[in-house]
Design a protein around this ligand. Structure first.
Ligand code: FO1
Length: 328
C-alpha cells in the first residue's frame, strides 16, 4: 500500500552530503512540508547487506545524528566490527560503523523478506525520529556504474575504494529501464508547490533520479501547472565543494563551472542559484535558458543551511507568483 502523500510542499531531489545539508536547511524552513527524493544509484550490497548511502546520509542529517566532519555515518560512532572484520581478513575499504550497521541489518532483513524499499525507508526514518519523508527514488534497484580508462566500475568501487581517482568517461544506471518512480514519489511530485534540485552531483546523484522513466515528464507536468523548479549549483568558482563533480564535468566534455551545470539543468529548472563567486557567469547562465540567482551557497553551519533554504523557497514562490501573474 502506498504511503499517504503529504499535503503540498517542497520536494527536494538529493544525493548524499550536499543534498543532505540543503535538506536540513529546508527542514528548518518548511518542517514536515518537505519531501526528499533520494538517489538510489549509489546503493550496493556488501557483506550480504544492502547499503543505501544517500538515503542514510539524508536520514541521519535530518535526524541530527550525522557525523558532520565526515558528512556520512553517525556521530560518535565506534568501529569494533570493522576492526574484527579486518582481523578476519574481510573487506574493510567501505567503513561501516557499529551503530550504522544496525540500520543495514534491519533494512537488509526486511528487504530479504520482500518488503518494499519505500516502506522500509519510512520505517527506518520513523525509528530515527526524522520528520520529513525521505523517499527512495524507486522501489526497483538501480545501480550506477562508471567507465574509466580501465573499464566499467561499480559506483562505490570508484567513489570510495579508488577515492574517485580515475577519470570518468561514461556513466550508466543498471536497472533504470525496469525501474519507475515509486507511487509515493509520483504523488509527492504531483502535489509539490516547488521542486528543489539540491547541490548534489548532477551526473551521479541527480542524474539517476532524472533518468527514471517518466520522472522528467512528471516534473514538466508540475511546472506546467505552476510549480517552479529551483536548482542550486554544486560548483562554486569552478570547484565542487565536495566530491568529483568538477572533474566529471571536465572529463565528460562539459564546462567545469556553474555555467556547465546551468546547461545540464536548462529545460528542467526555472532558476539556478549560484554563489557570489560566480556572479560573472549570470548573463551566460541566463542565455543558457535558466534564470540565475546569486546567493551564498556554501553551507558551513545550521544558519547558512537555513539561509540558503530560505533563498530557494523564496525563489520558488517569487517565480510561481510571477508566472501566475503572467498567466492572468
Ligand atoms: N564514504 C567514504 O568515502 N568512505 C567510506 O568508508 C564510507 C562508508 C559509508 C558507510 C555508510 C554510508 O551510508 C555512507 C558511507 N560513505 C563512505 C559515504 C558514501 O558512500 C558516499 O559519500 C556517497 O555514496 C556519495 O554520495
Amino acid at each position: 500500500m502506498p504511503a499517504e502523500p503529504r499535503p503540498s510542499g517542497i520536494v527536494a531531489l538529493a544525493g548524499g552530503v550536499g543534498g543532505a545539508k540543503l535538506a536540513a536547511g529546508l527542514q528548518a524552513v518548511v518542517g514536515a512540508g518537505l519531501t526528499v527524493v533520494v538517489n538510489t544509484g549509489d546503493d550496493f550490497e556488501l557483506h550480504g547487506l544492502t547499503i543505501w548511502p544517500d538515503h542514510d546520509t539524508v536520514a541521519y542529517t535530518l535526524a541530527g545524528l550525522e557525523d558532520r566532519e565526515q558528512g556520512w555515518g553517525l556521530r560518535d560512532e565506534t568501529w569494533h566490527v570493522m576492526g574484527a572484520l579486518d582481523r578476519l581478513g574481510g573487506e574493510t575499504w567501505f567503513r561501516l560503523g557499529d551503530r550504522d550497521l544496525a540500520t543495514h541489518l534491519l533494512r537488509s532483513g526486511r528487504l530479504a523478506r520482500g518488503d518494499r524499499a519505500t516502506e522500509v525507508a519510512l520505517a527506518l526514518q520513523a525509528a530515527h525520529g526524522v520528520g520529513p519523508q525521505i523517499l527512495p527514488m524507486s522501489d526497483e534497484p538501480v545501480r550506477t556504474e562508471v567507465r574509466t580508462d580501465d573499464g566499467w566500475l561499480t559506483f562505490q568501487d570508484y567513489f570510495v575504494r579508488l577515492r574517485q581517482a580515475p577519470a570518468v568517461r561514461e556513466i550508466r544506471f543498471r536497472g533504470i529501464d525496469d525501474a519507475r518512480p515509486s507511487a509515493e514519489v509520483g504523488a509527492a511530485i504531483r502535489a509539490a508547490e516547488a521542486i528543489v534540485v539540491c547541490p548534489s552531483n548532477p551526473f551521479v546523484s541527480i542524474g539517476p533520479i532524472l533518468a527514471l522513466p517518466g520522472i522528467r515528464e512528471a516534473i514538466a507536468a508540475r511546472r506546467a501547472a505552476g510549480a517552479r523548479v529551483v536548482a542550486v549549483s554544486p560548483i562554486v568558482a569552478g570547484r565542487a565543494l565536495k566530491g568529483p563533480a568538477d572533474r566529471m564535468l571536465q572529463s565528460l566534455g562539459h564546462d567545469p563551472s556553474a555555467l556547465g551545470v546551468a546547461r545540464l539543468y536548462a529545460g528542467i529548472a526555472d532558476v539556478l542559484v549560484v554563489d557570489h563567486a560566480d556572479t560573472d557567469l549570470a548573463a551566460a547562465i541566463r542565455s543558457a535558458g535558466i534564470e540565475p540567482l546569486v546567493a551564498d551557497t556554501v553551507m558551513t553551519d545550521d544558519a547558512s543551511r537555513a539561509r540558503l533554504a530560505a533563498t530557494v523557497v523564496d525563489a520558488s514562490r517569487a517565480a510561481t507568483t510571477s508566472r501566475a501573474a503572467a498567466r492572468a
